[in-house]
Design a protein around this ligand. Structure first.
Ligand SMILES: [Zn+2]
Length: 183
């Protein structure tokens, strides 16, 4: 059955809808790739293989890699660094309307930070379980479970497994470096 007959759209509306979906997908790919590139840069600087960028109205506001070792700050996850930068840049703690692209599923701390910042949507690549496999001391609580537990108090949208394969390759790259350390 054609999409147009399902939701009573005209052919033109259906084409516009499909075209909009394609454009969104292309934008999602571009921003996730930016997060992946940033994570790779971090790996070559001795950091762990995580990157995140924050986007508002199609514009990238911040893009950071994990800084735990560089700053000796266990909370300096890529998502936290990107949220801090975005808040500074926009001069607000309210990131409503923003999307965060993270190479790995945000841990419960980062998921909570996204909630506090009122981020609208999380798009992530690798899963918490993928990071766990490489030795990171992850709390094994998925974003879906966090959202379920939060109930109506969380409106955040979640897109999982986006470019997961490419995001997972970051762990392999990191694993092949000298002096890689987990936490
Ligand atoms: Zn985190």
């Amino acid at each position: 059955m054609a999409l147009s007959s399902l939701v009573a759209l005209s052919e033109v509306e259906t084409r516009l809808l499909i075209w909009g979906c394609i454009l969104q997908l292309k934008a999602d790919e571009k921003f996730m790739q930016a997060a992946i590139d940033m994570a790779r840069k971090g790996v070559f600087q001795g950091q762990t293989p995580f990157g995140a960028c924050i986007v508002k109205d199609g514009e990238m506001i911040s893009c950071r890699h994990n800084l735990v070792w560089e700053s000796m700050d266990i909370t300096a996850h890529a998502e936290i660094c990107a949220i801090r930068d975005a808040c500074q840049r926009l001069k607000t703690v309210d990131l409503s309307g923003c999307v965060i692209y993270s190479t790995c599923e945000p841990c419960p701390m980062c998921f909570s930070a996204c909630h506090w910042a009122r981020i609208e949507k999380i798009v992530y690549g690798a899963r918490i379980e993928d990071a766990k496999q490489f030795g990171f001391n992850e709390l094994e609580i998925s974003n879906d479970i966090m959202k379920q537990i939060a109930g109506k108090s969380s409106q955040i949208e979640i897109t999982s497994d986006f470019l997961r394969h490419e995001a997972c390759e970051l762990f392999g790259l990191w694993d092949r470096q000298d002096r890689q350390r987990v936490y």
